[in-house]
Design a protein around this ligand. Structure first.
Ligand SMILES: Cc1cc2nc3c(=O)[nH]c(=O)nc-3n(C[C@H](O)[C@H](O)[C@H](O)COP(=O)(O)OP(=O)(O)OC[C@H]3O[C@@H](n4cnc5c(N)ncnc54)[C@H](O)[C@@H]3O)c2cc1C
Ligand SMILES: NC(=O)c1ccc[n+]([C@@H]2O[C@H](COP(=O)([O-])OP(=O)(O)OC[C@H]3O[C@@H](n4cnc5c(N)ncnc54)[C@H](OP(=O)(O)O)[C@@H]3O)[C@@H](O)[C@H]2O)c1
Length: 447
């Protein structure tokens, strides 16, 4: 390390990875890196661990994925937890996971990363909100993907209050109000159900209706009914369709059209309450919004109604605000990377947890994190980016962010089984590019 480098990087972090984020995913990755003997630092912008489950979700949230598929298999949730743990349960679980694996002491809280740039010697320069700069060998980005609000655009202007579902925190915000919720995902359905309980009126507008998948069937969480192992998509759709019909019947009986998309072509909406409240007249279903006009909203079927509050539960963008434009490799909601993390033209940058598996986060991450740690070690043995190796051995970026978790389990199993072969191929491919190095970017290129 040169003198000037030592000055820029007094904490000597160039042999370490930096994990950005200490939510569910960041802590899961930290545990895998620790287990793999990989040196790392970890930071989170927030004042405590837990990400969304500490600061991001409404206070009445209960998970839709079951306890069993959401916990890490290496650290089960307490038996006393219900099948669908609450936000507090989730936060406490993440905290005890961190205590159990002694992860907390490695996390610097209230430390926001504002910029990540590739610099000379294949290092990454990381700038923090307090002005500090450090150099790292690699950056593992676990900054979460349910925070960058996607707002719809409508003709006209609304004179009442409009918020995004991210800004909905407690039922009092809906109390005694005429509420319009826009969207058909799990946020929209949770918030509409709460408005049905505490609001003076609730309308739920969906531009395409959705398949409501029940949370349980015969008392068992639906998420726990599937077997681990690859089942053809058509079979999964058929089984789910049968389950939906047996639980709710047909859409028409709720005054809704049948969805235009096939089951699982969208992220599943797992909810029993909306069909229940529609039947009780507490939720009124409407198609898409056509235009806004003062306190009125006109829907695409020509009907109109007045509202005090509109909640846009219209989802999120996948975003890396601290990266320069050259490294914002997101197309739609899909990061253009290999092995779900790595680039083919830069080494040391990993995009983690950006996809949307139809399962709980723990089971998927628990499978993925150990192989990711092995890949990080393999990266140390070669000069070229691991993404280039994966590309050359035939891997492709994903087509969609919606993922059958069984695909991940299968891909991980395959990678574990063939790891020695992949390592061998990596050194052969490495030899083809003797002069590779990350291209530094001008500082002015940044955000
Ligand atoms: C209402 C709601 C309900 C959900 N229900 C379920 C469910 O039932 N099952 C399920 O599996 N998942 C569910 N999810 C998805 C949820 O996002 C994941 O469970 C989990 O929180 C993802 O973890 P994460 O670590 O990727 O992201 P987050 O929990 O968002 O954590 C990311 C962390 O990174 C930090 N960070 C971000 N940017 C920076 C920066 N620049 N510098 C430093 N730190 C930074 C943030 O402060 C945060 O702590 C739900 C999400 C929502 C919104
Ligand atoms: N209780 C829970 O566990 C719970 C609760 C909330 C959220 N979550 C999770 O959190 C994540 C985010 O969920 P989310 O519901 O916030 O987002 P989401 O799943 O992305 O759903 C967004 C919804 O908004 C609609 N939409 C998007 N743009 C629109 C527009 N311009 N006009 C009208 N409608 C529009 C989408 O419709 P199209 O499909 O037509 O695009 C979709 O129905 C998911 O993983 C979800 O499972 C879980």
């Amino acid at each position: 390390m040169s003198n000037s480098e030592r000055k820029r990087n007094p904490s000597n972090t160039i042999h370490k990875q930096l994990i950005i984020g200490a939510g569910f995913v960041g802590l899961g990755m930290a545990q895998a890196l620790k287990e793999g003997g990989i040196a790392y630092d970890q930071v989170d912008a927030s004042d405590d661990l837990g990400g969304n489950w500490h600061h991001g979700v409404y206070e009445t949230a209960h998970i839709i994925s079951s306890r069993k598929v959401t916990e890490f298999s290496c650290f089960p949730m307490p038996e006393s937890y219900p099948d669908f743990p609450s936000r507090e349960n989730m936060r406490d679980y993440i905290h005890s996971f961190a205590e159990h694996f002694d992860l907390r002491s490695h996390v610097e809280l209230n430390r926001q990363v504002v910029r990540v740039l590739p610099v000379e010697d294949n290092l990454w320069q990381v700038s923090f909100d307090n002005g500090e700069e450090r150099l790292y060998k690699g950056v593992v980005m676990c900054n979460g993907h349910h925070w960058c609000k996607r707002f719809p655009e409508f003709e006209g202007k609304f004179d009442g209050e409009i918020i995004h579902s991210k800004d909905y925190k407690k039922p009092q915000q809906l109390q005694n109000k005429k509420v319009l919720v826009i969207g058909g995902g799990n946020s929209a359905c949770d918030i509409a159900s709460e408005a049905a309980r505490v609001g003076s009126k609730c309308t739920l507008s969906m531009r395409d209706s959705v398949w409501f998948i029940p949370k349980t069937f015969m008392g068992i969480p639906v998420a726990d009914l599937g077997k681990k192992g690859k089942t053809p998509a058509w079979y999964q759709r058929l089984m789910t369709y049968i389950l939906i019909r047996l639980t709710f019947g047909q859409h028409e009986t709720y005054g809704m059209p049948k969805p235009k998309h096939r089951i699982y072509d969208r992220h599943p909406t797992i909810n029993n309450e909306v069909p229940y409240y529609i039947k009780h007249g507490r939720i009124i279903y409407k198609p898409g919004v056509h235009r806004l006009d003062g306190k009125s909203v006109e829907f695409t079927d020509g009907s109109r109604d007045e509202f005090d509050l509109i909640v846009c539960a219209t989802g999120y963008y996948v975003a890396y605000p601290f990266l320069p434009p050259e490294l914002q490799r997101v197309k739609g909601s899909v990061v253009q990377c290999y092995g779900d993390s790595f680039l083919d033209d830069y080494k040391g940058l990993a995009y983690i947890g950006w996809y949307q598996p139809r399962s709980g986060i723990g089971s998927v991450l628990g499978a993925f994190a150990p192989i990711f740690a092995r890949y990080l070690k393999l990266q140390d043995e070669i000069n070229i980016p691991l993404g280039l190796v994966l590309k050359e051995i035939g891997k492709k970026p994903r087509q969609t962010h919606l993922i059958d978790p069984n695909d991940i389990y299968q891909e991980v199993e395959q990678a574990e089984r063939n790891f020695d072969k992949i390592a061998q191929q990596a050194s052969q491919i490495d030899a083809k590019y003797p002069n590779f190095h990350n291209q530094p970017l001008a500082k002015s290129n940044n955000i």
